[in-house]
Design a protein around this ligand. Structure first.
Ligand code: ADP
Length: 392
């Protein structure tokens, strides 16, 4: 069966066409910097990677281009060859604890989840609707990033807020990037042969850390929305909620405007004054740009804070895993993070760390906690869920 896995992020849209149950990726690609002037897309096919620079005004533009390219690359003769499309959904809201097949009711429910993840869920819906238009007879499945974290205990997911907020409005920590953290847990078991105590660092444009024990999420840095936790591309991460009314009164901005600032104008973009894209901030860091240096230092500090916290929660982690755009590609961020943990005996193999496209262990033999880079494969997890659901 040919399953198309779609991952529409805040500024990117990744796809993989997979053969299931063989779990074989046929063609994949990524549309990046959507909405920015220097947008481009890359397609990987038969070991070759083609890059095309093209203005990607919106996710809709990217989805249409993706389908056109599948035909252009002759991987399918007709749309009928696609047996299912699995879509990554950041927030499943209150009702979804596992993946489901899309129907009209599901679409309506997804609309209601938009306030939970204003940067991501609208992009997912655009993706789903565009695919449904072109492939009206193909089953669509949605896979929720919140599902993996449903194993968190009550004392982990509750906030110290009025209890009725939880009972009546389901105010609690949900956590995100669950599909990626679930993949890391699966992959680490394949590599080490057992369920290790893992600190999974999914650091991309959005970023979250997850403490994994016995293959299950026991804690994660994002919260009720993906705004919480470590510093992200344009999101602030953890802040004191008390500053919101103060900023509103000082700036005369509305609550919505301030929230928009927290989601879209904060994080690395705000501190660096350059960009939300780590590649640009790193360039400034390497050129000793003061604000870029501060931004990277803050970014690293917050990751180290969470690693330290989760190391305690896990009563001693076995492994730290870096994944997603920054985690997989930024040897600078990895080095700075691990250097701050060196007092605990965590040691990086500098040569391995600076190897481009590294996949595997990057710590020295005598490191107290093993460090890995594992390229995430949310597409495979989404395809597996899609395959299982449409064959039920
Ligand atoms: P999302 O899916 O949340 O949009 P990704 O996982 O695609 O995010 O990660 C995007 C981030 O990865 C961007 O900040 C980008 O700059 C960063 N990134 C990609 N390649 C590199 C690289 N070579 N060095 C540093 N950062 C990189």
């Amino acid at each position: 069966m040919k399953i198309l896995s779609v991952n529409a992020g805040s500024s990117s849209l990744k796809f993989t066409l997979l053969e299931l149950p063989e779990e074989k990726a046929i063609i994949s690609g990524a549309f990046e910097k959507i909405g920015l002037d220097d947008s481009f897309y890359t397609i990987k096919y038969q070991g070759k990677k083609d890059k095309k620079e093209v203005k990607l005004e919106s996710h809709t533009t990217a989805v249409k281009l993706l389908l056109d390219e599948l035909i252009n690359y002759k991987v399918i003769k007709s749309y009928d060859e696609i047996d299912g499309v699995g879509h990554r959904i950041v927030h499943g809201g209150v009702n979804y604890t596992k993946s489901v097949i899309v129907d009209d009711d599901v679409l309506k429910e997804l609309e209601k989840t938009i306030p939970f993840a204003p940067l991501h869920n609208p992009a997912h819906l655009v993706g789903i609707r565009s695919f449904m238009e072109v492939l009206p007879n193909t089953p669509m499945v949605v896979v929720f990033d919140t599902a993996f974290h449903q194993t968190m205990k009550e004392d982990e997911y509750l906030y110290a807020l009025p209890y009725e907020w939880y009972l009546n409005y389901a105010v609690r920590r949900y956590g995100f990037h669950g599909t990626s953290h679930r993949y890391i847990a699966m992959k680490m078991k394949e590599i080490t042969g057992e369920d290790k105590k893992i600190i999974s660092c999914h650091i991309g444009n959005g970023a979250s850390l997850c403490a994994i024990k016995d293959g299950k999420s026991m804690a994660t840095s994002m919260g009720f929305t993906p705004l919480a936790g470590v510093i992200m591309g344009s999101r602030c991460g953890d802040i004191d909620a008390g500053l919101i009314p103060y900023v509103m009164s000082q700036t005369k901005k509305s609550f919505e405007e301030v929230m928009d600032d927290l989601n879209k104008k904060s994080g690395m973009l705000a501190i660096s004054g350059v960009s939300s894209d780590m590649r640009d901030v790193e360039e400034g860091y390497n050129n000793n740009d003061k604000r870029c240096v501060t931004a990277i230092n803050m970014y690293v500090n917050r990751i180290v804070d969470y690693i330290s916290m989760y190391n305690t929660k896990l009563e001693g982690a076995d492994a730290i895993v870096f994944t997603a755009g920054v985690g997989e590609n930024s040897d600078v961020v990895r080095k700075l993070v691990i250097e701050k943990l060196s007092f605990m005996g965590v040691k990086l193999d500098e040569e391995k760390n600076s190897t481009r496209g590294i996949d595997g262990e990057i710590s020295t033999k005598d490191s107290s906690i093993k460090v890995y880079v594992i390229p995430t494969d949310e597409e495979l997890m989404i395809a597996k869920d899609t395959y299982e659901l449409i064959n039920k």
